[in-house]
Ligand binder design. Structure first.
Ligand code: C2E
Ligand code: CA
Ligand code: CA
Length: 635
């Protein structure tokens, strides 16, 4: 308490205050709505008290709020204390009357004569006050002027008008101030809400980690920081292995627990300057900034590998988990965030080939990717321009040397008559859309060619058509092929269908069995291509009706030079024989290979030794060269 304030302290409290309890409460609430008590001085209010004092010629003026136990001065002129107890307040009387309260000489007024403010400092004798109302009409404060000199004449009409007008100004100011405050708090609330909504949108519900958008922004920022500081930054893409199986076999809550466990481990492992995010599904991203040496990245990757592979405990059971990690480093691998992300994705795809590994990007991966993309566009352009054509490679009966049929192989013809081999667009056979389009174009042109040969009375035997896993993704492949054969009035026995073991393992595998059965029943022969290179050859031979077994070129080429290959070829021929399946040795290039296959009882030979694949126009010549008689038998 200041000395001045102490001098205001009352000698004794006034016995009773001229206001009811109800009014007191109402006033308290009305003042609270303005949030003004104990606020800092404000120039607009200070101007008003200064003007009031100047116009009325009083030494002192104040705006006094009537709080519960004190009067508190929002503005004061010629007055030190910021508040006094209510018991000594003149203004508490003022707020009860509508007209200005004028005390001509307080010493003579029984209400104030004993007031310590009258008897002592500041020796109030003259007082005039006008009440101030809240917007709801509740009196809450007073604008007052006072002076140590009594004024027996009271106040002039101008002074009264001044007090009324200025009190009105205070009311207007209070209201304005309240509205501004209200708006400000709305703005604050609004921005808090916006902030919260943004947080929710930018973070994953399940793990609480940032989502992809925020991650991308942070990646950009980290790369920019690294560029300015001449440092490196690393981007890691982490993918949980076998997540779908875990979800399917142990339930979604186990999957969720695994993801949360992963997220927690990532958080624990990283420095606070690093970022971990959930990029979607079972894929996480990590940004490591401020990298000076490449070993720092390797250290983090090694500890990630260690920690992420520990099993996670969920409801009393251990869920084993593994993750594959793709790593890309700025600026070594890419200069921009999109490029770096692509590098990390390619490294991840490589790591996924043998799960549970970490792989760092290398330019080789980008070259392979670009080659794959280029392959797709070669095939797409070939298809659109109708430049895909069938070439036919002869198949020879090893006993008689006669032609038994052909294998149709796709070629892409460029406008300047260069022939592109399928190895140059092999990626297209794995692309669902392109593979199906290539197949249907091949089937149509092979069947058209066969129709022509039949019309010309040529005995070509059969034509083998290649298929891939993509052909069986739809469950209508067999019906489509039979329809095309019937549309040209051809016999299904003229067709052999080559399937690789990949077809049994790929998507759509569930349709393969049925399709092969339908075709087989109609008379199309089924050949297992590239036999010996797959995984479960014998299982497939038992499970599906297979007429022909094509021993892969990689074994045939080793005949006589590689002991293992020689043994395998012999064993496969024996296997075919014991199952009553026709065997074909692919890729025979030498007389020795042909002799070996013949000597061991292989039925058919195919390879450059007998002839390369040639356009349909050469088929009559090939038939003539190998002799018609045996071919006629095979039809
Ligand atoms: P594939 O089905 O194993 O076809 C045999 C491949 O071996 C053909 O290569 C053929 O030209 C080649 N070849 C045959 N004899 C010899 C030989 O003595 N020595 C050597 N070095 N190679 C020989 P091509 O035509 O380049 O086809 C490669 C692969 O592309 C085929 O392997 C097949 O998987 C695929 N392909 C070709 N045409 C089609 C098609 O119309 N549809 C599908 N789905 N795949 C096709
Ligand atoms: Ca083939
Ligand atoms: Ca083959």
């Amino acid at each position: 308490m200041t000395a001045a304030l102490q001098s205001f302290a009352p000698s004794r409290a006034l016995a009773c205050l001229p206001e009811a309890e109800h009014g007191r409460l109402q006033r308290r609430n009305a003042i609270a709505r303005y949030g003004i008590l104990d606020s800092a001085p404000e120039p607009h209010f200070d101007d008003i008290v200064r003007l009031a004092a100047r116009i009325t010629g009083a030494k002192t003026a104040a705006i006094s709020f009537i709080d519960e136990t004190r009067q508190w001065f929002k503005a004061r002129w010629g007055l030190d204390p910021r508040e006094t107890p209510l018991s000594v307040s003149f203004c508490v009387h003022t707020i009860d009357v509508a007209a200005p309260l004028v005390v001509k000489d307080a010493a003579e007024d029984p209400r104030f004569a004993d007031n310590p403010l009258v008897a002592g400092v500041p020796n109030i004798r003259f007082y005039a006050g006008m009440r101030i109302l809240a917007a709801d009409g509740t009196p809450i404060a007073a604008l007052c002027v006072f002076d140590p000199t009594p004024r027996p004449q009271g106040i002039t009409p101008l002074e009264e008008e001044t007090l009324r007008t200025l009190a009105g100004q205070v009311e207007a100011l209070l209201e304005l101030r309240r509205l501004v405050q209200e708006r400000d708090s709305q703005v604050v609330a609004q921005s808090r809400l916006t902030e919260r909504l943004r947080y929710v949108a930018e973070h994953d519900d399940l793990t609480g980690l940032p989502r992809r958008d925020l991650f991308n922004r942070l990646l950009t920022r980290t790369m920019e920081g690294a560029r300015q500081n001449g440092q490196r930054a690393a981007l890691l893409v982490v993918d949980v292995d076998h997540f779908k199986q875990i979800n399917d076999s142990l339930g979604h809550d186990a999957g969720d627990a695994l993801l949360c466990g992963f997220a927690q481990r990532l958080r624990n492992l990283l420095r606070h300057t690093d970022t971990a995010a959930r990029l979607g599904g079972d894929e996480f991203g990590v940004i490591l900034g401020g990298i000076d040496r490449e070993e720092q990245v390797a250290d983090v990757v090694a500890s990630l590998n260690r920690r992420l592979h520990e099993p996670i405990l969920h409801r009393g059971r251990l869920i084993s988990c593994k993750a594959s990690v793709g790593v890309a480093i700025y600026p070594d691998h890419a200069a921009d965030p999109d490029g770096l992300m692509k590098c990390a994705d390619l490294a991840l795809a490589e790591a996924k080939l043998s799960r549970g590994r970490a792989e760092t990007f290398s330019p080789r991966l980008m070259e392979e990717f670009d080659r794959g993309t280029a392959m797709l566009s070669v095939a797409r352009e070939g298809l659109e321009a109708g430049r895909l054509v069938a070439h036919y490679q002869p198949k020879i009966d090893l006993d008689t040397g006669a032609l038994v049929g052909f294998e149709a192989l796709v070629r892409c013809q460029t406008p300047d008559r260069v022939t592109i081999m399928p190895d140059s667009f092999a990626q297209a056979f794995d692309d669902r859309e392109l593979a199906v389009a290539i197949s249907s174009q091949m089937i149509a042109s092979v069947l058209d060619d066969i129709r022509t040969w039949v019309d010309r009375g040529l005995h070509f035997g059969h034509v083998a058509i290649n298929t891939g896993a993509a052909d069986f993704r739809s469950n209508a492949f067999a019906e489509m092929l039979l329809k095309e054969i019937a549309a040209r009035d051809l016999s299904p026995s003229m067709i052999e269908l080559e399937v690789t073991e990949g077809v049994f393992l790929g998507r759509g595998a569930q349709h393969v069995g049925r399709a092969l059965k339908v075709l087989s029943k109609a008379g199309v022969r089924i050949a297992l291509d590239d036999f010996g290179t797959g995984y479960a050859s014998l299982t497939h031979l038992k499970q599906f009706r297979v007429d022909v077994l094509k021993i892969d070129r990689s074994f045939v080429s080793g005949i006589g030079t590689n002991f293992d290959d020689t043994t395998i070829v012999r064993a496969l021929i024996g296997l075919g024989k014991s199952l009553g399946i026709t065997t074909v040795a692919e890729g025979i290039e030498t007389a020795a290979q042909a002799e070996f296959a013949t000597a061991h009882g292989c039925d058919i030979g195919q390879g450059f030794y007998f002839g390369k694949a040639q356009p349909g126009a050469f088929v009559p010549a090939m038939i003539a060269r190998f002799g018609n008689a045996a071919a006629a038998q095979a039809v």
